[in-house]
Design a protein around this ligand. Sequence first.
Ligand code: FES
Length: 362
Amino acid sequence: MTDGWQDLGSVEALKATPLQEVQVGGKKVALSFRDGAFGAVSGVCNHVGGPLGQGTLEGDYLVCPWHYWKFHRSTGEGEPGYEADRVPRYALREEGGRLLIQTQPESKRHKTPHAPHRLTLAGERGDGPPRVLGISTTAMTEEHPRYSTSEALLETALTHAAEAHGAETRLVRLGALKFRNCEGFYSKSANACTWPCSITQMDPADEMEQVYEGLVQWADVVLVATPIRWGAASALYYRMAERLNCVQNALTTHDKVLIRDKVASFIITGGQDNVQAVAGQQLGFFAELGFVFPPFPYVAHSRGWSAEDMENNVRYVRESEELHAGTRALVDRGVELAQRLRASSACPAKIARGGRKAHRSS
Ligand code: FES
């Protein structure tokens, strides 16, 4: 490094790679070559720090590999319409077949202020009746609904919550929501899996926000109802669970506890078996999100492996006073625990999780 310039290497060799990440004075720089010209800008995205030099080139724009924000490869400006959102640019020169870069950028980073997403606005819970959220994860067509044993018990639960506890209730049917699959941002980096979910921030048509808002901001008690499909919870349940990675990941990356003093319980039904495996997954996953559980936190029903007579399964759940009474009792235990938690407000907003490698934003 001489006079504030750093030798990046042979011009001919560097031309061979359209986009690469190089280190300049300890900082990441995205170096590109296209249409006979090099460009160099900061390799750190304005959004949440994605590695621009590891992204892709779309014309003269670098596309961030994390959530696809775009910056001009030479000027550092954001894509048309977002020019003011820019990353620093670096001067380059060629000398004796070598490519040199100035170690200090020629321009400054500018982040356009964005209004905070409504999911980040932490409203006070305040007084008021208990709030019970039911999430039904069964799949069916809206035009031709059928009797769902899990959803029927969930409806029993919500009716009981309102009648016996004066609760406000909501029912979210995942099958009626249009939401995108998790795109695996976490698999790129823990820091790429953001709260709120980047899909929710980027795509106003994505309806997963109803689940986030219900779980994180609104509910005191959450009841998740699922059928058993081939020994596991439903596919819709897992689509939701994958999108909830960002809730758990807020603890991993920022020690931030989004689910505080909230109760989860489960309704699990299937014509065939595997109740315990489904319950085990749900208890483990919802514990990781921050929920706590009442004693005996699920009601469940299955007729066993050899029972293929689904009509009788439906009839059994419809007519079983025991199952419906058990569901009402589950609601009582959940609401009672939620009220105690609200009174004590025991869970802190931050917990240093420990026991795992830290993934902190630099
Ligand atoms: S788009 Fe670059 S970090 Fe999100």
